[in-house]
Design a protein around this ligand. Structure first.
Ligand SMILES: [Zn+2]
Length: 434
């Protein structure tokens, strides 16, 4: 028997509309019972966790991570990246396909999802939308879906051509999964390394205009409209790492219109603005780039008002020698799995009053629905025993040197965090204890 009894915690389960003291019994990897405190008796064989003072929530789900395996295991492996995920309170992550080789066939997908890779949490993947993520020929959506794909994306690059994106949305609608779009009109961003604006001007760097993001989001929304009208299908567009006010406004309008659009916001886009680039700090270089303060504030508004569907980290590990280069040469991306909850609790919950139930929705139940992870994102009886237990009031400082990730490329080293993960439990197994 490996029963676990979790007593006296404050259960926050938005999908069950529960925010109250509850005891939980976990059995055989599932939630066996959720009861009023003190009523789960006679479980003497169970391991007991006293969750007094802790939030008990469905495990966090990240729909956007880069685990670098196969091909770049000096940056991260599936084992180290998912260990960082567990430390951050995550129980499920969705790996992006820009590995070497690109994940674009069922056999590559099988290899990644194989238990031998040593994933510490539940691993899902979005294979490439086009062969080699070259933007030309669609991959075999049907075969990949059967092999476990939870969506399709060429992340790192956009699906740029209108006719290719149109075909991808149609094929994904038939497979009942989203196309996740990295919205960047790369015809506007060649040679750019940060946001266009006074800061880029001061540093003498070429800046990415906000139009580069907005134009792709607006084009994709127009494609949804046309496909609904012409094909009678209802494609699902998921916009990755939205960073500009103009793009989020396009998403807001499309939702009002009833189109099936969801979007994610990365913690760095609500935590930092372009000023963080400072003196050419490559740990503040990512794509999309850190934007103007007015954009950052609009990301927070979108998280508060429901326009943003989820928080996704875009965890993107890089080795020190890669980030220790001239700003323009350094690769894009930062690690994010161990800092997402601490930043969200501090900036969104404490500073801006985002209710804890909405925070759990943004980081667990809503992402589980975006990629249709059956049995996850809720702790109702019968669901997988995927949980995070955290102390929402604990203040701490992130120390990148003790990160579980193989990489240390984060602008949040030494930053204050709120809310400490005490336990992460994945399918009934304790995978992290803090
Ligand atoms: Zn991207």
């Amino acid at each position: 028997m490996n029963d676990i009894l979790i007593l006296n915690g404050r259960l926050i389960d938005p999908l069950s509309r529960v925010d109250a003291l509850r005891d939980l019994l976990l059995r055989d990897g599932r939630v066996a019972a959720v009861e009023m405190p003190g009523t789960l008796k006679g479980q003497e064989s169970a391991q007991t966790i006293d969750a007094k003072g802790l939030i008990v929530a469905p495990g966090l789900i990240d729909v956007h991570v880069h685990l670098r395996e196969p091909g770049q295991t000096y940056k991260e492996t599936i084992a180290t990246g998912t260990a960082a995920a567990a430390a951050g309170g995550y129980t499920s992550v969705v790996a992006m396909p820009n590995t070497l080789p690109v994940n674009d066939t069922p056999s590559k997908l099988d290899w990644m999802l194989d238990a031998q890779r040593g994933s510490v949490v539940k691993l899902f993947a979005m294979p490439a939308a086009t062969v080699g993520s070259m933007g030309e020929t669609l991959t075999d959506f049907e075969a990949l879906r059967k092999a476990g794909a939870v969506g399709f994306t060429d992340d790192g690059k956009p699906v740029l051509e209108d006719h290719v994106m149109r075909a991808a949305l149609i094929a994904a609608a038939r497979a009942e999964v989203p196309v996740s779009q990295h919205a960047e009109d790369t015809r506007l961003t060649g040679g750019c390394s940060m946001n266009a604006g006074p800061m880029a001007f001061r540093l003498g760097l070429r800046g990415m205009p906000i139009e580069a993001e907005a134009r792709i989001v607006e084009r994709d929304i127009q494609l949804l409209r046309e496909i609904e009208r012409a094909e009678g299908l209802r494609p699902h567009l998921h916009v990755q790492h939205v960073s500009t006010a103009r793009a989020i406004e396009a998403v807001r309008k499309a939702k009002r219109e009833g189109l099936h659009v969801t979007c994610e916001i990365a913690p760095h886009h609500f935590a930092l603005n372009e000023e963080a680039v400072g003196d050419y700090d490559t740990h503040a270089k990512m794509n999309p780039p850190l934007r103007a303060e007015s954009d950052r504030l609009q990301m927070i508004e979108a998280l508060l008002d429901g326009t943003a569907d989820c928080i996704a980290t875009d965890h993107a590990p890089h080795a020190p020698f890669e980030k220790r280069q001239e700003f323009e040469r350094a690769p894009n991306g930062i690690t994010g799995l161990e800092t997402a909850l601490g930043l969200a609790l501090r900036i969104l919950h404490r500073d801006r009053g985002l209710p804890l139930s909405r925070l759990v929705e943004l980081m667990s139940s809503s992402p589980s629905q975006i990629v249709s992870l059956a049995g996850r994102g809720s702790l109702a009886a019968g669901h997988y025993a995927d949980l995070v237990l955290f102390d929402a009031g604990a203040e701490w400082v992130f120390d990148a040197t003790i990160s579980r990730s193989k990489s240390r490329n984060t602008p949040f080293d030494g930053s204050p965090m709120l809310g400490k993960v005490r336990y992460t439990i994945c399918e009934g197994h304790i995978v992290y204890r803090g």
